[in-house]
Design a protein around this ligand. Structure first.
Ligand code: TXA
Ligand code: MG
Length: 309
């Protein structure tokens, strides 16, 4: 069910949950100060309560009411990447953020999204928590249609068109040096210009408490079984997720992820194609992963690896 901006703002202020476009993926939004609405988000997504939510604000300075003073890094990172697909995790003043939003952690994750409708909405509503608008474990939603597939035609959606990035935000955590605890729409190499180093990517170590609770859970997966391959045998006859520049065996059914010369086109299409496989009742597919492991391709590969688990 499509909403106007003012309807979306009114619903959120009255404690309802609304799907909201961002430049990365659609979010399932609730006011940070409506705990029942936040609980409803976890229930709607079937999301484990120990997987905390990102707090979205209209302007970087709004973060400080939750954290107290932050240092020069915050200034530099927020100036360089906000509004945009960067999420920053900081220690917080506990009483200012309901425990349910941060799963009881003493830190919280913050982002200033760039989508014009999300920004207008945040100015009207104040801080919103927004996990991706998908059933837990499934590919994120990059259009209103995806949201309606997961939550039904009557679900209230602010329609902002197709998301331009199509991959979730990059999450940075400070532990002496900054570390990437979730790869995302900003490739790690891009942080060099601000930090003067390239942050390491932290992956989940067995038995350890994860820095990013989301790493514990299955993600981004279509029902189809995906196999990642760097070579495709010449007599292969199945379904392939591949690239515009490549020629695949003639008996294959090919789903185009985009152009290898334009990784943004691939990130924009990725979840749409994963969802399309389900709509087309595809049971298994091979993904061509013969691409360089850096820049946005690194995030794309990580998402595909999780989707193939
Ligand atoms: O692009 C995005 O970030 C989208 C749009 C809607 O903004 N949101 C999104 O939210 O991807 P979600 O809930 O699907 O993923 C949030 C991730 C989870 O993996 C969660 O564990 C992690 O952020 N997270 C949240 N708070 C955290 C914290 N205090 N410390 C570490 N990780 C945290
Ligand atoms: Mg998600």
């Amino acid at each position: 069910m499509e909403l106007t901006l003012l309807q979306a703002a009114a619903l959120l202020k009255s404690g309802q949950v609304v799907a909201v476009p961002t430049e990365t993926v659609y979010g399932l939004a609730a006011s940070l100060f409506k705990e029942e609405a936040i609980a409803k988000i976890f229930a709607l997504k079937a999301r484990p309560l120990n997987n905390p939510l990102i707090i979205h604000v209209a302007h970087p300075k709004e973060v400080l009411q939750f954290t107290g003073l932050l240092g020069k890094d915050f200034e530099d990172l927020s100036r360089a990447f906000w509004p945009g697909p960067l999420t920053l995790v900081f220690p917080i003043i506990q009483k200012r953020i309901p425990a349910i939003a941060r799963s009881g952690l003493l830190t919280a994750a913050f982002r200033v999204p760039a989508h014009p409708l999300a920004r207008e909405l945040l100015k009207l509503t104040g801080p919103l928590v927004m996990p991706s608008a998908n059933l837990s474990g499934r590919p994120s939603s990059t259009s209103r249609r995806h949201v309606e597939t997961d939550f039904g035609k009557d679900f209230p959606v602010l329609d902002g068109g197709e998301c331009t990035s199509g991959l979730e935000s990059t999450i940075l955590f400070q532990d002496g040096f900054y570390k990437i605890i979730r790869q995302g729409a900003i490739p790690r190499e891009e942080f060099y210009k601000v930090l003067a180093y390239t942050p390491e990517i932290v992956s989940l170590q067995k038995g350890e408490n994860p820095l990013c609770p989301g790493q514990l859970f299955r993600h981004y997966a279509p029902r189809a079984k995906l196999t990642l391959q760097t070579t495709i045998p010449g007599d292969f006859k199945g379904v392939i997720l591949g690239f515009q520049e490549r020629t695949y065996p003639s008996l294959c059914k090919v789903y185009q992820l985009g152009s290898l010369n334009d990784p943004h086109s691939i990130s924009k299409n990725l979840y749409k194609i994963l969802r399309q496989l389900d709509e087309d009742h595809i049971k298994e597919a091979v993904v061509d992963v013969d691409f360089p492991p850096y820049g946005l391709f690194s995030t794309i590969l990580e998402r595909l690896q999780k989707a193939a688990l």
